[in-house]
Design a protein around this ligand. Structure first.
Ligand code: WTA
Length: 654
């Protein structure tokens, strides 16, 4: 593993500058000490920084592997993200500074948000949405996405946001699994100058999603997208957002939600073909994201925070919407691609809005690096004071580039490790305290407890092992929607007789300083450009094609995306391999799941390497895809299969 070698030999260390440390919210280890003394009291103190309608009396009820935090306390997330600020001097502060890809822009103050959210909450009520009902959100990255999420929170409805890049089938499956009553979408959104036809996708999805009774459609541009076909409205079912809002009242009292009531479901990939509906609740989630946003991003009143993630992912939920708004922060939101119309777009936005804290993904940083320094060089980035990354391991070269070219050598970098399931950042530097090392997420934040274990649950001091979280935390997932067994199985059975240990599915190393270096997934989950995709999801999609008899999918390292997808396919009798069929299969997967899952390579094979019991040996396929010498082949039923596959693969690569 050459990546591993670079990480292990990487020993540069970057302490925060005196200047940064001096102004930082956290500059000593008092928080760590507080949390280690009594982590329940630590979290209770942070929960009390929120506004409660009924204070909680119990902090934690932990019956492994099920946790309840602040149960019995009542609060409303939208009140904490909006009303609190409207009552004080932040009333007219910008909450969301939005820019569309074509260059249109809008600023919503906390007061604007206060009115819009309540109006839309009333709209949802008028469509029959009640506390506990599920609402699907399938939107471009426009302010209505945040408004819709917060409006759900206001009335106690559960939102399920589906990334706008997902296919109609993916949307359909998610709506059906959650039994959503209402879907909120738009006529279209912009990406690289093209219109993504969200409403058309939604119509296709809804052909087979019977629980959805109403569709609210945002007109992305006043007057529509200019082409009627983007929004054919079905009488009785479909409603224009702006029409409904015209007559909606601007007061909607918040529901008093139990801390353990569900706030949202967010689907993510696992090792099976069926995405998991990760369930997050109200009080613990908000406590976790509010505290981590504040400490990790060192937020001050005059910061302008830009998290580049889409609301369709957990990063968009926690660090574009809930965490920053719960801190009264000004957030930048940008709809489109970083290279549209030119490769300087992100830096233009940073300059234009005076972004001071910038949070993006390693895959984006690698692309910026490839595009060259001349693009950021055109812009004044001197307002930036802190940078962050998330989604996958960052290679030290990209880290150093980010530090130098974007951060002007003055901005600390927070490499934040966490997951959809953890809800909030778990392992990360504290920018005023930690001496960072390029490629390491460093150490658990105060209140989070991580370690490395071997397969027998023995702790590994220095070296490699499986990452484990040893204590519950407030923003942890509570279950998988409709499938608690899968929750228990997936996350709490890695170590026999230890249902208290959470297994995130990642492997890691720990160095002499106790710093963690996350090495990536140890299960059959891929990380393509920071997005999780299950190998089984792609395999299931492939075998739905009439030509495909069997498919196996593995990840392959990729210069920009971290990993790309390589598919090994055997064909049914009567079908013959051809470049045209290869392209067809790649498109087929993109249509079934979404463009992010499109395999880069498709290799046809007469057979797949299997054990005598019939299990596909993905490990060997990975060796082939990476061009490595093959590992142990002695357990194969027919060793000649992999040898010929390898020859074929190498022939096609060259
Ligand atoms: C990976 C994204 C290394 C990891 C917030 C994890 C990372 C998965 C990092 C979760 C990081 C995320 N360093 N790997 N800083 N951050 N990962 O659910 O494999 O989309 O398990 O959540 O991304 O992806 P998810």
């Amino acid at each position: 593993m050459s990546d591993l070698d670079t990480l292990l030999t990487e020993n540069r260390s970057f302490p925060p500058s005196e200047h940064f440390r001096h102004q930082a919210l956290v500059r000593d280890d008092a928080l760590h000490r507080e949390a280690e003394r009594d982590y329940e009291a630590f979290w209770a103190r942070h929960a009390r920084e929120l506004e409660w309608m009924v204070p909680f009396t119990d902090t934690l009820d932990w019956t492994p592997p099920h946790a309840r935090w602040f149960h019995g306390g009542r609060l409303n997330v939208s009140v904490n993200c909006i009303d609190r600020w409207v009552r004080g001097p932040h009333r007219n502060k910008a909450a969301i500074v939005w820019e569309g890809e074509p260059g249109d822009s809008r600023v919503l103050t906390y007061w604007d948000l206060y009115r819009e959210v309540q109006k839309f909450a009333n709209v949802l009520k008028s469509l029959g949405v009640r506390r506990g009902d599920r609402v699907g959100i399938y939107l471009p990255l426009i302010p209505e996405a945040a408004i819709a999420m917060l409006a759900c929170a206001r009335i106690g409805a559960i939102h399920s946001v589906v990334f706008g890049g997902f296919s109609p089938e993916s949307l359909r499956d998610r709506m059906n699994d959650a039994e959503a009553k209402v879907l909120i979408t738009a006529d279209g959104g912009y990406r690289r100058g093209q219109v993504t036809a969200l409403k058309r996708n939604a119509d296709k999805a809804l052909e087979d999603a019977p629980t959805v009774k109403h569709v609210v459609v945002v007109q992305r541009r006043p007057g529509g997208m200019g082409d009627e076909s983007f929004a054919q409205m079905r009488e009785g079912r479909d409603h224009w957002w702006h029409r409904l809002m015209q007559s909606a009242k601007a007061e909607c009292p918040p529901e008093a939600m139990d801390a353990e009531d569900v706030l949202f479901i967010l689907y993510t990939s696992g090792t099976t073909g069926k995405p998991k509906g990760i369930v997050h609740t109200t009080g613990g989630y908000l406590t976790g994201v509010a505290a981590t946003t504040k400490y990790v991003f060192d937020l001050k009143d005059d910061d302008v925070f830009w998290c580049t993630a889409d609301v369709g992912w957990i990063t968009g939920h926690s660090y574009l919407v809930y965490g920053p708004l719960a801190n009264g922060t000004t957030c930048v939101m940008y709809e489109g691609a970083p290279d549209w119309p030119e490769r300087n777009r992100f830096w233009e936005i940073c300059e234009k809005y005076g972004v001071s804290v910038f949070y993006t993904a390693p895959t984006a940083i690698r692309a910026f690096m490839k595009w060259g320094e001349q693009h950021p060089a055109r812009h004044d980035l001197s307002r930036l004071r802190l940078l962050g990354t998330v989604g996958e391991p960052i290679n030290p070269e990209a880290w150093i580039w980010y530090h130098k070219v974007i951060g002007g050598l003055r901005c600390p970098i927070v490499d934040t490790w966490w997951q959809t399931e953890t809800g909030a950042i778990v392992i990360s530097p504290l920018p005023g305290l930690t001496s960072t090392k390029p490629g390491s997420a460093t150490q658990p934040l105060p209140g989070f407890f991580a370690t490395l274990l071997d397969s027998k649950a023995n702790e590994i001091g220095v070296g490699g092992g499986l990452l484990a979280l040893t204590r519950p935390w407030p923003s942890m997932l509570r279950t998988i929607w409709g499938d608690d067994d899968r929750y228990v199985q997936t996350y709490f059975t890695k170590w026999a007789d230890r249902p208290d240990l959470y297994f995130p599915g990642d492997g890691a190393k720990r160095d002499d300083d106790g710093f963690f270096w996350i090495m990536g997934r140890v299960d059959d989950v891929l990380n393509v450009a920071g997005h999780r995709i299950g190998t089984m999801e792609v395999e299931s999609a492939l075998v739905e094609h009439p030509a495909v008899a069997e498919a196996a999918v593995v990840g392959k390292s990729h210069e920009l995306k971290g990993q790309s997808i390589a598919a090994f396919v055997t064909l049914r009798d009567g079908y013959h391999q051809s470049p045209a069929l290869r392209d067809e299969l790649r498109e087929f997967v993109a249509e079934k799941i979404g463009a992010i899952a499109r395999p880069d390579d498709v290799l046809f094979s007469a057979d797949l390497p299997k054990t005598r019991s019939g299990k596909i040996m993905r490990r060997l396929l990975r060796d082939i895809a990476e061009g490595r010498t093959l590992g142990d082949t002695t357990t194969l039923a027919d060793p000649s299969v992999v040898a010929s596959l390898k020859d074929q693969y190498e022939a096609e690569e060259s």
